[in-house]
Structure formats: C-alpha cells, structure tokens
Design a protein around this ligand. Structure first.
Ligand SMILES: Cc1cc2nc3c(=O)[nH]c(=O)nc-3n(C[C@H](O)[C@H](O)[C@H](O)COP(=O)(O)O)c2cc1C
Length: 212
C-alpha cells in the first residue's frame, strides 16, 4: 500500500448542486491520511448569456481541468448532472478529448467513481453508468458506494444516492439543496474511493498477456 494518493474530483454543474456534492466528496477524500483531493470542473460549453438567462451558476471557484492532466491522478471521481438519463454534454466533450490518454493507456488501473444530481431522480443511476462506460474503456477500476455507508439504506426521506454513487435530488424547479444525508453519502464515497486509490497507487496498472 502506498503512503499517499492523489485524487481529482472533477465535475460539471449548471446550478450548483453537483458542485456542492463535489466538495463533500473532497472532504471525504481528505479524511484519509495521505490522500490529496483537487476539485476542478470541466469547461463550460453554453454561452454565458444563455446560462444567465436560465439562472445558471456562471461563477464557480473550482479551476478548469485540462483533459490530459487526468494521467497525474491515482483516483478520478466524476460528478455530472443528469441530462435525459445521461452525462452532460460538457462532460462528454471533455472525455472526448482523452483519446491520447486512451492510446497511451495512461488511465489503466486508476480508480474511477461517479456521482450525480437529478431533478426527480429519473436517470440517476443510468447517468452514473453512462460515465462508467467511458471509465471501462480507459481500463479503470470502477468503484461505487457500498451499503456500509450508514445513510444508504435509510428511506426516511426523499434522497439521492445509491450503490452506484452519491446523488442529490433537486426538485423540478431546482429548489432543493443537497440534504445532510446526501452530503454524508458523498463524503463516504470520497473516503471509500481514496482508501482504494491509496491501496492501488504506485502499482503498474497495465498488464501483460501471460505466456500460455
Ligand atoms: C437538458 C436537460 C435534461 C435533463 N434531464 C433530466 C432527467 O433525465 N432526469 C432528471 O431527474 N432531471 C433532468 N434534468 C434536470 C437536471 O438533472 C438538474 O437540473 C440537475 O441535476 C441540477 O444539477 P446542477 O445544479 O449541478 O446543475 C435535466 C436538465 C436539463 C437542462
């Protein structure tokens, strides 16, 4: 096991819900000794005028990530709002620039995990899985959110989050903010992923075909 691990919490967020979860995830990562969390976001594609007209959160403090920098991390935790049950175009566009990393096998053996935000919960898990597909193509070790998280089996209130990954439900008008239980689950996921990333850090992810 390595003494340290570098993780990136990389997200896209139009209204700030996924952004809030990203910081809860980073909090969980940082609670693991030797684990570092960098919070970044993918570049926006929507014109600022359109964003402002839709009441979107134009200013977000997280720096913009470069697709090629993913190779620098031991763990990559991705957050995206649901778009018709799928990842957002902004995130898709970011991933579509990671071809050089795929060619070089740079992400093979790195830990990947995903969280999301939906307005009604419709598409919560398919959105997370839509990111898993890309992670599998990169040869990543995909990690979810285990039921050892105390709030996961709690059904006392409406909430996002499932064994696929943390989530929040915003309500159709976006008026609901992430609840304490949703934030707990996000933080648990960050902690869980960081522990696994630390175990795998420093290893050579790329395997060779054994001689028959
Ligand atoms: C084009 C579009 C498609 C969406 N599709 C869904 C959907 O399939 N299911 C759902 O519950 N919410 C859907 N939403 C709502 C977003 O998921 C919601 O605004 C988002 O979770 C808010 O997260 P954010 O604050 O991080 O942007 C959609 C929103 C847009 C703009």
């Amino acid at each position: 096991m390595a003494d340290s691990a570098k993780l990136i919490v990389l997200y896209h967020s139009s209204y700030g819900h996924t952004e809030t979860l990203a910081y809860a995830i980073a909090h969980g990562v940082r609670a693991v000794e030797g684990a570092q969390a960098t919070v970044k976001r993918v570049p926006e594609l929507m014109p600022e005028k359109v964003m402002r007209a839709a009441g979107m959160k134009v200013e977000q403090p997280a720096p913009i990530a470069d697709p090629q920098e993913l190779a620098e991390y031991d763990g990559i935790i991705i957050g995206t709002p649901t778009r018709f049950g799928n990842m957002s175009a902004q995130l898709r566009h970011f991933f579509d620039q990671t071809g050089p990393l795929w060619v070089a096998g740079s992400l093979i053996g790195k830990v990947g995990s995903v969280f999301t935000s939906t307005s009604t919960g419709g598409g919560n898990e398919t959105t997370i899985v839509s990111v898993h597909w890309t992670m599998f193509h990169h040869g990543m070790v995909v990690v979810g959110l285990p039921y050892s998280a105390p709030d996961l089996a709690d059904i006392s209130e409406v909430k996002g989050g499932s064994p696929y990954g943390a989530g929040t439900i915003t309500a159709p008008d976006g008026s609901r903010s992430p609840s304490q239980k949703e934030l707990n689950l996000a933080s648990f996921q960050g902690h869980h992923v960081a522990k696994i990333a630390k175990r795998l850090a420093g290893g050579d992810g790329a395997d060779e075909q054994p001689t028959p």
